[in-house]
Design a protein around this ligand. Structure first.
Ligand code: ZN
Length: 215
């Protein structure tokens, strides 16, 4: 039986990946990381979607992440950058090493549960500039995890080379566009569905949807 663990935040990308995994694998579980997100709504969204889809859902406490690297996603006193500031390579919503840590912890959880496929919605095409979302890093970590745990992990990144418009298209082809649009939370200001409309995540999501729908 082919089993997969999806790294799942309750956002557009990881929810699309969850639907993708449900089509591709015989058995799917999801894991969400609680790292002190400002908006508990993110975790509530993830819980609701996993329950809705009948997927076993793990929530792991990763609060140490905000201790290690204070950032605008966990700290109320840091406003989320609307764009990348002059002289910076990433916006302040970037959490140093976050995807590396999430994938590593997910791999441990997966192996303990007899699962060797990991699915993550990371993407190189959205120009976020996060180094641990790049294809090169994912391939490198895959090798490292296999060596670290003497296990045959396969990290799947179905969105790696897709634009946001193509991610919407993927959801649509699975018949899930409306579901993803209404039930996921991507917005940095914690508003479900179409979001606040002006944070970087909302802008990316809205522009992608407009492009896909051709309006
Ligand atoms: Zn927003």
């Amino acid at each position: 039986m082919k089993k997969a663990l999806v790294i799942f935040s309750g956002g557009q990308d990881s929810t699309t990946c969850l639907f993708w995994a449900l089509e591709k694998f015989d058995y799917v579980e999801a894991v969400t990381f609680d790292y002190g997100q400002r908006h508990k709504a993110e975790i509530e969204c993830a819980v609701a979607i996993a329950k809705d889809l009948g997927v076993k859902h793990h929530i792991l406490d990763m609060s140490l992440l905000s201790q290690l690297a204070p950032n605008s996603l966990t700290r109320n006193d840091i406003a989320v950058d609307e764009k990348i500031p002059d002289g910076a390579s990433v916006p302040n919503s970037y959490v140093e090493g976050r995807n590396m840590l999430f994938l590593t912890f997910a791999a441990v959880l997966a192996k303990v549960n007899g699962i060797n496929n990991l699915v993550t919605g990371v993407c190189e095409t959205d120009f976020s500039g996060y180094p641990d979302c790049r294809d090169m890093f994912i391939k490198s970590l895959n090798v490292t995890l296999n060596l670290a745990m003497d296990y045959n992990f396969v990290i799947h990144t179905p969105l790696m080379w897709l634009t946001k418009a193509q991610t919407w298209e993927m959801a649509d082809k699975m018949g899930k566009l409306e579901y993803v649009r209404e039930n996921t939370l991507t917005c940095y200001n914690g508003i479900k569905g179409d979001g606040c409309g002006h944070c970087p995540a909302c802008t990316l999501r809205r522009n992608g949807l407009k492009e896909y729908l051709g309006s």
